[in-house]
Design a protein around this ligand. Structure first.
Ligand code: ADP
Length: 250
């Protein structure tokens, strides 16, 4: 689905390449988390995939073709929900369809209605984003990301601003969505437990610059429950990842 081949990127303000000859591959339908120390370049990887940034050398392929020749190949959900306060919830969710173009008003209404219902916000379309709780806003933002129609979703710490209990609920909710939608998800988090709970595979950025991502298969199937995190194999993986990330840190 997504392939990095020797990708190198440097911010022009910096004198080194923060992404340095990085190669990795994500298979169709996987749920893969990227974890690593804050500031190591995880979000930069996303900004390269969605072309907010241009890379210096290498190749980024989606479904085997270079991203520079493609449109609408990924949906991106940033940390903040980025819902426009002057648009209703439904009109926010409708935005990717307007940008995409080619849909009649009726078709857009129909798709938005379905998308809102699928995230449990069927009755909330006419409200303004300010009337929704944090978890509901993130669900609306997710519905908007899904409506990009892309099979590849990039989710950048989507739950980091939520309180702990809402996060737990949102994780379970996201896995249900993933199992229904059958999309490929790439998920950034600094929370090891969140990564283990959600992912089929975890990629660890151990160093800055990022020269490689170390891959760990999560030894648990789906569906997952909080019990999954208590199994000896998943506990061991969690400990292993924590000690890897704490290495070289005081
Ligand atoms: P992460 O997602 O791992 O927390 P980022 O990818 O957001 O990290 O940023 C990694 C590093 O890249 C930052 O520590 C900073 O030094 C640098 N950086 C991020 N954005 C910019 C920018 N717009 N211009 C210059 N440097 C940046």
């Amino acid at each position: 689905m997504l392939t990095f081949e020797n990708v190198t990127f440097q911010y022009k303000e910096e004198d080194f390449s923060i992404i340095d000859h990085l190669s990795f591959h994500i298979n169709k339908g996987e749920f893969v988390s990227i974890i690593g120390p804050s500031g190591c370049g995880k979000s930069t990887i996303f900004r390269l995939v969605n072309r907010l940034l241009g890379f210096k050398s290498g190749k980024i392929l989606v479904d085997g073709a270079g991203i520079e020749s493609q449109k609408h190949y990924c949906g991106y959900m940033p940390q903040q929900d980025m819902l426009f306060p002057w648009r209703s919830v439904a009109d926010n969710v409708r935005l990717p369809l307007e940008i995409h173009g080619g849909f009649s008003d009726g078709e857009m209404d129909r798709r938005v209605e379905l998308a809102l219902a699928s995230v449990g916000l069927g009755d909330w379309g006419r409200k303004s984003p300010g009337e929704l709780s944090g978890g509901m806003r993130q669900r609306a933002a997710f519905a908007r990301t899904v409506l990009t129609g892309s099979d590849l979703l990039l989710l950048d710490e989507p739950f980091s601003a939520l309180d702990y209990l809402t996060r737990l609920t949102m994780r379970e909710w996201l896995l249900e969505q993933w199992e229904q939608e059958r999309k490929t998800v790439l998920f950034i988090t600094h929370d090891v437990e969140e990564a283990v709970f959600l992912s089929s595979r975890i990629l660890v950025a151990e160093s800055m610059p990022i020269t490689r991502l170390r891959s760990f298969q999560v030894p648990a199937g789906y569906p997952r429950t909080l019990e999954t995190l208590k199994q000896p194999e998943t506990l061991m993986l969690k400990e292993q990842l924590i000690s890897l990330l704490r290495r070289d840190r005081l």
